[in-house]
Write a protein that binds this ligand. Structure first.
Ligand code: UTP
Length: 246
């Protein structure tokens, strides 16, 4: 693991990896949160080294849906999804301007190299058979992140899908092993509503990096979480670990 670079104030600079759902960053191309997120991420970059992994959201699902009707295999559909995540990453880089590294890395090694430049690194998907949650977890492990934040369209991890089951309750905290047990019971596949994918849960369990799952539909929520420790969501970490405020 690379030692944390000292900040101007002398404190070691922490590293955050943010998994930013396409559905919260770009609910639709016309109505998006690119500018609002760029402002929040630039603030975070003043406090920590920031890596962002952008999801595909509704646009990826639309492309995959059309291609599926053409009889294309699932792995090739995943490749299409990855292309859309990278397009979304390009849009976020455009919104960040000079605060971001100007290119979308396509491998973890390239992302680490881009991080050396000190700007915000933005990437998308990497390989078929997973989602960008898994990419963010692996990237967090590779760059030795202090914290993984998963910003999604539900306020944390619930006993059931809260959009379908009104009796679902949120886990305030859970251990990585409990997350893995929960996710392993879910059926993974097209249309799956699991908030975290299985690969991501396995990586979180093995690396021990704390993960916070929170509602990303309001970009300012991430600022409040990181700076003030104020958020509604779930902390996945070994017992007694309180990763926020950073
Ligand atoms: P996402 O990570 O965006 O999945 O990847 P998602 O569940 O739609 O997340 P939101 O809505 O953005 O929060 C979109 C699709 O791209 C492919 C998968 O098909 C995934 O469903 N993908 C993504 C991969 O195959 N590999 C990757 O590394 C990333």
């Amino acid at each position: 693991m690379t030692p944390a670079a000292p900040s101007p104030g002398g404190r070691a600079r922490k590293t955050i990896v943010l998994s930013l759902g396409g559905s919260v960053l770009i609910p639709s191309l016309e109505s998006n949160a690119l500018g609002a997120y760029a402002a929040v991420l630039a603030e975070l970059a003043g406090r920590a080294r920031v890596y962002v992994v952008v999801g595909g959201g509704g646009e990826a699902r639309r492309y995959i849906g059309v291609a599926r009707t053409l009889g294309i295999d699932e792995a090739t559909l995943d490749e299409l999804g990855i292309l859309v995540t990278r397009l979304n990453a390009r849009l976020l880089i455009a919104a960040l301007g000079d605060a971001a590294y100007p290119r979308v890395p396509e491998t973890y090694a390239a992302a680490k190299e881009c991080g050396v430049a000190g700007r915000i690194v933005v990437m998308g998907g990497v390989a078929p058979g997973q989602t960008t949650d898994a990419v963010a977890a692996v990237l967090a492990e590779e760059v030795g992140a202090d914290l993984l934040i998963n910003a999604t369209s539900v306020p944390g991890i619930f006993t059931a899908d809260p959009k379908r089951d009104p009796s679902a309750t949120r886990y305030e905290t859970m251990t990585p092993a409990e997350l893995l047990a929960l996710v392993s019971r879910e059926r993974m596949g097209a249309g799956s509503n699991t908030v975290i994918d299985l690969v991501a849960a396995k990586i979180v369990e093995r690396c021990g990096i704390p993960m916070v799952v929170l509602d990303g539909r309001e970009p300012g929520g991430i600022r409040a979480a990181v700076f003030d420790g104020a958020f509604e969501g779930t902390i996945v970490a070994p017992e007694k670990c309180r990763p926020l405020p950073l």
